[in-house]
Design a binder for this molecule. Structure first.
Ligand code: ADP
Length: 182
């Protein structure tokens, strides 16, 4: 190989290796739990930038508004340097490609998550083959935590220790206090 061609090739390799890897963690996060935050912390190490994208899940009735969910996510992920919290509505594949994200990161708890996630990942592959869905197994201490369970516990004034950040617990208490006082 000539010297000039060798130089060109190494420039291409350098440029390639500089490519920023962007991941996206989509969810309704109603509200964000310690289980989600564990996935963000671990997922953020796999990419240069991790977009946490809050969306309106049409099949769910939400307790918190999109703005409230986004605010809780921002407040509780400040310690993760390469994270960006956004909200969006529309198609996830279009949003991801527009923002340069090629990896979708999802958390997996039990077998019940698997079937739903498996179908979503296959559907995503069909509509957008450039995107890979990557799963991170829950940490055992968070395996039983779901936003639904947290909302139920909070609704009846149950203890939320170690399940959600303090900021989220405060917001839940305020939300249910408002409901009872309404
Ligand atoms: P969605 O409304 O799309 O189900 P969620 O906000 O409930 O989204 O969850 C977003 C992602 O976080 C999903 O991949 C879900 O499986 C994952 N997740 C939720 N709770 C936990 C947990 N305790 N441990 C690990 N992953 C979790």
């Amino acid at each position: 190989m000539g010297k000039r061609r060798g130089l060109l090739l190494s420039a291409v390799v350098r440029k390639e290796s500089k490519k920023v890897r962007i991941g996206i963690c989509p969810g309704s996060f109603d509200p964000v739990t310690n289980g989600h935050i564990d996935i963000f912390e671990r997922g953020s190490k796999l990419v240069d930038k991790l977009i946490v994208a809050v969306f309106e899940n049409p099949s769910k009735k939400h307790l918190f508004t999109m703005e409230e969910r986004e605010d809780m996510l921002r407040e509780t992920t400040r310690h993760i340097p390469n994270i960006e919290v956004v909200s969006f509505d529309g198609l996830l594949n279009e949003y991801a490609i527009e923002h340069g994200a090629t990896i979708i990161i999802r958390g997996l708890r039990a077998l019940s998550d698997f079937e739903y996630e498996f179908q979503r990942a296959l559907l995503m592959k069909k509509v957008e083959p450039r995107i890979e869905t990557v799963f991170i197994m829950t940490s055992t201490q968070y395996s039983y935590i779901s936003s639904t369970g947290i909302r139920e516990l909070a609704c009846f004034g149950g203890k939320l220790d170690d399940m959600v950040p303090d900021y989220v617990e405060k917001k839940l208490r305020e939300k249910f206090a408002d409901k009872y006082n309404a």
